[in-house]
Write a protein that binds this ligand. Structure first.
Ligand code: GLA
Length: 482
């Protein structure tokens, strides 16, 4: 292509859906050259934005954060670490906990299993106390019904560690969630993405010969690779800190990065993931396309998710189900029916970070499908430092290409949309700026509001847009974007 740049202020390369309704296409500049006549153009100065920490630090007195309403099944293991900022040591108390649950006063971790046959909704009051003061907050526990009554919050390894991930790194991520204060702000899930299992061979995205091995043993059990020597140990490690563990696989024979998938072994895998102790499953379409065929019917698209959704419900523990099929077949219309608690609404955001505003506008158009128990998932938060996927390579972590204000906007948009909040940046390289954005308790309060409502765009023109999100207490959260 040749583009006339006279008078042009920004030049964007936009990969659209190529007319097939699937916006999972990728494109990049190839040998782009800007030519000019006359005087040599001058480099413009950068935007000059400062990486300023705008979030006030948390007070030393306790402040309880996170959800105000929480779903769990009676008779299944319950685990909740009260997210609370403030100076340690701190002691915790809870009034009105359902029968079967108990609280560890020193750690603020609630465990047990809600007794079957108890009432459905339990209005509990959580208290935290330290030398500087006390905080008290209502926490409604809804026993039975659905999980994920508010958007899930946590960490996912994908956009930084890709095919380099190890069990040790995941354990370190759990420690950092605690140490950095992210868990005190509400981040709860520690989620392994692709590449934890064996792969049949070295391939484009699977370049580590150590990760090659048998996909299953004789009994059909999925085989983790050498970098994940003890899956149960990993889940136990995460649980010991009061956090929850997440895992990833594909309904196809292989995952997107070429590792062993669940096809034909769905029941084994659901049972195995539950036995290891995982609390979350991301189920990524990938090679299932080969099973479903070129233009699958709606039923064909739903089939693998119906199967796994049912299997997960039958396990002796609560497992949150995340559908990853890039929005095919308007998944937002049926994701909850097949047992999903969140569903990706598009392709990988890592390939199109510069489109966060556009993606937010699209997502707001799907707001009617965002509800407690089932959330539109526009993909993970990538701010601070994170990796990049270019061509066939997974690059090491580098500064986020978005400006500081865009990074503030990123978090704000995701909170106004009531989107799941998974930080997928480099958790080892968190600084005050990134932590300030991720742990802004006012934003998290908006994200976790019990109505679970995605903001509505009430005004949009060439200069920007205005978002309004109703909150349970009758208030409204307003987003102004230019
Ligand atoms: C797909 C998904 C990503 C990630 C990778 C792993 O691209 O959309 O979120 O899970 O697969 O290979």
């Amino acid at each position: 292509v040749q583009v006339d740049l006279a008078g042009v202020k920004s030049l964007l390369l936009i990969a659209a859906d190529a007319g097939d309704g699937k916006d999972h296409d990728h494109a990049n500049w190839a040998d782009a050259v800007v030519t000019f006549d006359g005087e040599q153009p001058k480099l413009a100065a950068g935007g000059g934005e400062i990486r300023e920490v705008l979030t006030p630090p948390a007070p030393t007195a306790p402040r309880i954060n996170g959800p105000r309403v929480y779903g769990a099944s009676p008779g299944k293991p319950f685990l909740y670490r009260i997210p609370c900022t403030g100076e340690r040591p701190m002691t915790f108390a809870a009034e009105g906990l359902p029968e079967g649950l108990s609280l560890d006063a020193a750690s603020g971790i609630i465990t047990g299993a809600i007794k079957e046959g108890t009432p459905r909704t339990h209005t509990t009051y959580l208290t935290a106390r330290n030398g500087k003061g006390a905080a008290r907050r209502e926490f409604r526990i809804v026993a039975g019904g659905t999980l994920s009554l508010t958007p899930q919050m946590g960490y996912n390894h994908w956009y930084t560690h890709y095919n380099r991930i190890t069990q040790k790194m995941m354990e370190e991520a759990a420690d950092i969630l605690i140490r950095s204060g992210m868990a005190d702000a509400g981040y709860e899930y520690v989620n392994v993405d692709d590449c934890w299992m064996n792969a049949p061979a070295v391939s484009k995205y699977q370049t580590d010969p150590q990760r090659v091995g048998p996909l299953r043993d004789e009994a059909g059990n999925i085989q983790p690779n050498v970098h994940f020597p003890d899956m149960k140990g990993l889940a136990d490690y995460i649980h010991a800190r009061g956090l929850k563990a997440g895992l990833y696989t594909s309904p196809g024979s292989h995952t997107c990065a070429g590792f062993g998938g669940a096809l034909g072994f769905e029941e084994n895998d659901a049972r195995q993931f539950a036995a290891w102790g995982f609390d979350f499953l991301k189920y990524d379409w990938c090679s299932y396309g080969r099973v479903a065929g070129k233009s699958p019917s709606l039923e064909g698209m739903q089939k693998p998710y119906v199967l796994m959704g049912d299997l997960l419900k039958r396990q002796p523990r609560d497992i949150v189900f995340n559908l990853c099929q890039y929005g095919m077949g308007d998944v937002w219309k049926w994701g909850a029916q097949v047992g999903g608690h969140s569903w990706r609404t598009g392709g990988d955001l890592g390939f199109e970070l510069e489109r966060i505003f556009e993606i937010a506008i699209k997502n707001c158009g799907l707001r009617d499908y965002n509800k407690p128990g089932g959330f539109n998932d526009p993909d993970y938060l990538q701010i601070g430092w994170h990796g990049a996927q270019r061509g066939g390579t997974f690059e090491l972590s580098q500064p986020c290409p978005l400006t500081p204000n865009e990074q503030y906007s990123f978090m704000s948009l995701w909170c106004l949309m009531a989107a799941p909040l998974f930080y997928s940046g480099d958790i080892q390289k968190l600084d005050a700026f990134t932590l300030g954005i991720l742990c802004n308790h006012e934003l998290i309060e908006i994200n976790q509001d019990p109505l679970g409502q995605c903001a509505k765009i009430v005004k949009q023109d060439g200069d920007g847009f205005v978002m309004v999100k109703d909150l349970e207490d009758g208030g409204k959260a307003i987003g102004l974007c230019n």
